[in-house]
Structure formats: C-alpha cells, structure tokens
Design a protein around this ligand. Structure first.
Ligand SMILES: [Zn+2]
Length: 426
C-alpha cells in the first residue's frame, strides 16, 4: 500500500515560492505551515502573519530582507491560530513593535485559561496526531492538508508575542509605513478573523476564511463549534470586495476577478449546502451518523479542485453542524441512555457467539478490506480485555489501510500516529 496519490499530488500546492503580487507586496508560500506576507512601506514594512515556527519565520525573513532591508514596524495577526502567530519574535527582530489583532483575538491553543479545567492534554495529543508530528516524511506524513509535509519544526509555537494593539471596529482604514490598509473583521474559521484589504491594488489577504481545500468546519484535534453561518456570511463580504488577487493563509494566491468571484461563491455555497441539508435532515428526524453518511456535495461543487477534502471533510462538517445546533442528542429515545462501551461490547460479543468468533470476524473483515468494521469489532474485544494482542493487531493493520485510502491528510496522520502510539504502548 502507498499513500493516496491525490494526497501526494496535493503537496504541489505548497511548493516553496515567494510571490510578488504587486510592487512591494510579497507572499511566501510553502516555507511553513501557513503563509506569511510582507508589504513594503516608506521607511518600514508591515508583515501579515508569521507562520508556525521560529525556524520558518527565519527562512521567510531572509527572503523578505532580499526584497527590503527596512525594519518591520507592524505585524498583523489575521487570527489567533498557532500556525499564524508563532514567528513574531523573529519578524520583530527583538524590537518592541506594534502587534495588531482583532479585539476578539483569543486562541483555542494559546492563552488557554489555566484556571479552567480545559482538556489541554487531550487537545495537545490530538493536535500532534492531526498534523502527524512524530511521523516520518514523506512516507508517513505526506503533507498537512493545508501545508507542506516538510515544514520546519524547530521552534514550533515558540515565537508568539501577544498583540499590543487590538482592533474593535468591523472595518477600519489604518495607515502604516505610508500604506493604507483596510482591516475587515470577518468571522469564519475563528471568530477573531481579521482580513487585510489593499483597496488600491485590490488584493485581499483573507487568512483562513478561504484556502483552496474544503473548509475545516471541524478540526479533529478538538475544536468548539465553528459558526457555519458567520463563515458563509464572511464569504459574501469577501465577494463584495471584488478582489483581483486573493491571498489565503494556506496555498497559492488566486488571480483574476472572475475566477475569484466564482471560487468564493462555490466555497460559500458548499458551506450553505451543508447547513441546508443538515437542517433538513434534522427536521426529518435523522441523527448524526445517518446524516454524515448521507450528505454529499452536489457534483458541480464536489468536482471543484478547491473543495477537495484534503483538510476539512464533508462528513465531519455535517456532524459538527448537527452537534453545534442541536447538541449530541439525535431525538431517538434509544439514544438518551446508551449502554456504555464495555456493556455494549459484552452483550454484542455474547450475541455473536463469543470473543473467538468476534476475533475471526474482525480478521475476515480486515482481509476483505472492510477496515472500519474490523476496527469496530476489534474495539469491542479490546474494551473487554479479550484477545487483546490479536485484536490490537487487527486494529493497527486496519488503521494503516484506512490511512492509505484517505485523501484527508489529517485523518491519515491521525490513523498513523495513533497506530504508532498504540504499538509503542503509549
Ligand atoms: Zn491557518
């Protein structure tokens, strides 16, 4: 088996390139998990986003310095995700400069309120699995879905500086280093998203409210509900600006008003389609798993290159929307008090004729490439403590088969790192 060829090909989206989008407007793609941008001003420069590590920021800063030796006077964070804010110490060069973000800036990773019992260990373990930190490149970790598989990992998360200038307006024009910038609050992947709009050049830095991959409406590292409606509304705001160049937080820029409009409309329609279908399904009394299995994008959207599920995933999004709107209960009274896993496993294994029969079925399912069922059967044995080494072997093999079928990088990484952890007994 080998990684899904479509996922391997997707790595091209993150090949290293420094774009000059207009005179003095630069975007570095492929050097870190996210893009970083520089606007050359009169006696200083503005940087938008700083990537995920100090090493990536150093590499990008070296490129930026080839274009302008002037100091960076202002850093703008488009939002609080760690992959955009972790190279600020490098970009600032140790100087006390302006670090700007929206007033709602508050990361779900950074700045976790220590006084609350946030499930930090769970989030960190799941984040490692989602991004495949600890997997080999390129055999195991092909890419991150939204970034290159070989991004530097030295100083990951290390170079964050908290913002010292918070923007509370929905839209405001500021002047920095002789440059006029419009800052536009546009909640989407996070509530604190703030886009940068260069009106004269018609260039929009939209951060992660668009990237040329199916939107990550739910992240398996564990995220609270992302507001689907607000994200779709923000895409309307982006369409209304009529950008000639669209620069996202991940992947390559898009050029041309017509192409950008059509792309953003499809992106918005994909989100709205999921909202509408999930809502209709809930109204029809359908539950989480049923809807996740049923709802597919229509062909005219599913066929678009920028809606492929390398990062976000339609089925996970459907579940997130259902849970985010109605909560975990699907309306079926059977599910008000479901049996705990161990009790359910004991009853179903008994029904199947015993643990040995379940193990045989799990091994047969694995041999027939029915990997999901193999895992579900193996889990029942593992939770009961029956034939644990053999059942674990089935689960490991099934996860690795699932990983190679996946085009979703986060799922692939998750299966493979979880398998490694299980094998190592950690
Ligand atoms: Zn990002």
């Amino acid at each position: 088996m080998a990684p899904n060829p479509a996922l391997v090909k997707h790595s091209e989206e993150f090949r290293k390139e420094l774009f000059e989008l207009a005179p003095g407007v630069f975007t570095a793609v492929g050097y870190g998990a996210s893009n970083a941008h520089m606007l050359v001003g009169e006696e200083g420069n503005v940087v938008i986003d700083t990537t995920d590590s100090t090493k990536a920021a150093e590499n990008i800063l070296a490129l930026f310095k080839e274009k302008s030796k002037a100091p960076i006077e202002t850093i703008i964070y488009t939002h609080s995700h760690r992959d955009h804010i972790s190279g600020a110490t490098v970009m600032s060069g140790g100087r006390d400069i302006e670090i700007m973000a929206h007033a709602k800036f508050s990361s779900d990773i950074v700045n976790i309120d220590e006084s609350r019992p946030a499930p930090n260990a769970a989030i960190m373990a799941r984040t490692k699995r989602q991004f495949g930190i600890g997997l080999s490149f390129p055999d195991e970790r092909v890419n991150m879905g939204l970034g290159p598989g070989d991004r530097p990992t030295e100083g990951i998360g290390a170079g964050h500086i908290p913002p010292n200038k918070r923007i509370s307006e929905d839209r405001v024009t500021i002047s920095r280093c002789g440059l006029d910038l419009d800052l536009v609050h546009a909640p989407g992947e996070t509530p604190d998203h703030m886009m940068v709009w260069l009106k004269d050049q018609e260039i929009l830095f939209c951060a992660d409210n668009f990237y040329p991959i199916f939107p990550n409406l739910y992240a398996i590292r564990g995220t609270p509900y992302r507001d689907f409606d607000a994200w779709a509304d923000s895409l309307d705001v982006m369409i209304d600006l009529e950008p000639a160049i669209l620069v996202s937080g991940h992947g390559r820029p898009i050029f041309g008003k017509e192409e950008i409009r059509a792309t953003l409309e499809d992106y918005r329609d994909a989100i709205r389609y999921i909202i509408a279908e999930a809502a209709a399904g809930m109204n029809a009394g359908k539950g989480l798993e049923e809807l996740a299995g049923e709802i597919k994008l229509p062909d005219h959207l599913a066929s678009k290159s920028f809606l492929q599920e390398f990062y976000g995933k339609v089925s996970w999004s459907v579940k997130a929307y259902v849970v985010g709107t109605l909560g975990w209960f699907d309306g079926n009274p059977t599910n008000l008090n479901r049996l705990p896993p161990k009790e359910e496993a004991a009853k179903s294994v008994k029904l199947a004729g015993g643990a040995d029969k379940v193990l045989t079925s799990a091994q047969e399912a694995l041999a027939e490439d029915d990997s999901q069922w193999a895992m579900e059967l193996a889990d029942r044995l593992i939770v009961l403590g029956d034939f644990v080494p053999a059942a674990t072997g089935v689960k490991l093999a099934a996860m690795r088969k699932m990983a190679d079928l996946e085009i979703n990088a986060t799922a692939r990484n998750y299966y493979l790192l979880y398998a490694k952890e299980l094998e190592a007994g950690t």
